[in-house]
Design a protein around this ligand. Structure first.
Ligand code: UDX
Length: 424
């Protein structure tokens, strides 16, 4: 959508004809702030069109980006089926083309995949040679859900892994045209480094989160300790930086859990056990259950207690529930025979598909906490930040609150309510 809105002619290709139809009608198949507006603009200017016909689409283009999913196999390693299928389609289409074309792997793939999987498939299917007849690059993205458009338009850097100089030059030129004056720093390197950069980046950020959650767990056992104060202070050290130091109920989403596991499996396949990354995932797997521990500490046995859940998506500003800590928390509460009512500003439809009639759904935060014995904040949506102790006192059976994301003013809540929070 961003490419199209900067004037590039973009064709989106998918094997899912329903998705293709939806996008061509101006309907985004998922929620992302600002996306619908960009979609309407791009369609209006006729700069974007989606199709299931890859051959026709590729014929007219100079660069193709492979952006398919790379899910986890049961052992945590990467499933490259979609990357393989996309490479086949591109190869078939290239066979009929007689101009230079650059194939760019944007999907997150383990080191070696582009050289050992994508290149041979495209070469075999197209009958062409990589380098002389088509170009090949790896170009990881670092955008976050919920701020994807902003991140795409203002990246910290562009990483280009190149099979050869010509491939890299072509992609660099493309980005220079796209970013113009505001061209970010560019790293040109080989395919392997750029594949590893994406995993190292995600694993490092996941490490920061599990690190601060570890400090939070220590704080909870220390009278007077508060992880927020500790994080703020260490974040001011330039070498640490303040970002991704928010303690909470653990990281979720489609990337960190999957990519840390894939890095572990990949590293093991090289004969090295990455113990640090293993510890990071272990800390994260336990973290959501802290919400239930704290609830039991606050109100005792949870059987038949009415628990209000505020926030289901894995982070604010998205309807995405993939690997969301809320899934573990709700299931564990159900096991404890608690009665659950939940509210999320955007993820309700997705939640209904997962939990069905096992839980109740509210149409607002206030309706959710009404009559509840305990309220757990799982996702830090802005609307929840605005709730005051008085709101909980007025509407809940008893104002018992677990702040799983540290969004509330501790002193005010401790004064007026029964309040517990991660890292406090
Ligand atoms: C992540 C990376 O940030 C991005 O660079 C990559 O391209 C894709 O994966 P995303 O999964 O969209 O992006 O969300 P992100 O904002 O990174 O948050 C991931 C999870 O970490 C969320 O569940 C969030 O709640 C949690 N998190 C994040 C914390 O618990 N504490 C923090 O300080 C930051």
């Amino acid at each position: 959508m961003c490419f199209a809105n900067k004037g590039f002619k973009v064709t989106g290709i998918d094997i899912d004809s329903e998705k293709v139809k939806l996008i061509n009608m101006g309907k985004s198949p998922f929620r992302e702030p600002g996306l619908d507006e960009l979609l309407m603009k791009a369609l209006g200017k006729r700069l974007l069109h989606c199709t299931t016909n890859q051959e026709h689409a590729l014929e007219k283009s100079g660069v193709s980006f492979i952006t398919v999913g790379t899910p986890s196999l049961p052992d945590g390693s990467i499933d490259l089926d979609f990357v393989g299928a996309a490479s086949q389609s591109i190869g078939e289409a290239l066979k009929k083309m007689n101009k230079y074309h650059v194939v760019v792997v944007k999907s997150t793939v383990t080191p070696g995949t582009t050289e050992k999987v994508v290149k041979p498939i495209v070469e075999e299917r197209s009958g062409k040679h990589c380098g002389s007849e088509f170009g090949l690059c790896v170009n990881p993205e670092f955008l976050k859900e919920g701020s994807a458009i902003h991140d795409m338009l203002n990246p910290d850097r562009i990483v280009i892994g190149e099979y050869d100089k010509r491939s890299g030059e072509s992609l660099e030129k493309f980005y220079k045209d796209f970013y113009g004056e505001s061209m970010p720093p560019i790293i040109r390197t080989n395919l392997t480094n750029s594949e590893l950069i994406k995993y190292a980046n995600n694993a490092f950020l996941a490490t920061k989160i599990s690190f601060i959650n570890t400090i939070a767990n220590i704080c909870e056992r220390l009278r007077g300790a508060d992880v927020k104060v500790v994080a703020k202070s260490i974040g001011l050290d330039n070498r640490v930086s303040p970002f991704f130091l928010n303690a909470g109920l653990g990281y979720g989403g489609s990337c960190f859990p999957k990519d840390t596991k894939a890095l572990i499996a990949f590293s093991k396949s090289l004969g090295y056990m990455p113990e640090l990354v293993e510890a990071v995932t272990k800390v994260n797997e336990a973290q959501p259950f802290k919400a239930v521990d704290l609830a039991e500490k606050l109100i005792g046995n949870l059987k038949n207690k009415r628990i209000a859940i505020l926030g289901l998506s894995f982070k604010p500003n998205t309807d995405d529930l993939r690997n969301a800590p809320s899934l573990k928390i709700v299931n564990f509460l159900l096991k404890k025979e608690a009665k659950i009512i939940a509210y999320d500003p955007k993820a309700m439809d997705n939640a209904k598909k997962i939990f069905g009639v096992k839980i109740e759904y509210a149409s607002s935060a206030i309706k959710c906490i009404k009559g509840a014995d305990c309220c757990i904040i799982i996702t830090e949506w802005d609307v929840f930040r605005k709730l005051k102790p008085g709101d909980f006192i007025k509407h809940m059976k008893k104002p018992c609150i677990i702040d799983g994301r540290r969004i509330y003013n501790t002193a005010a809540f401790l004064d007026d309510t029964k309040f517990m929070a991660i890292g406090l």
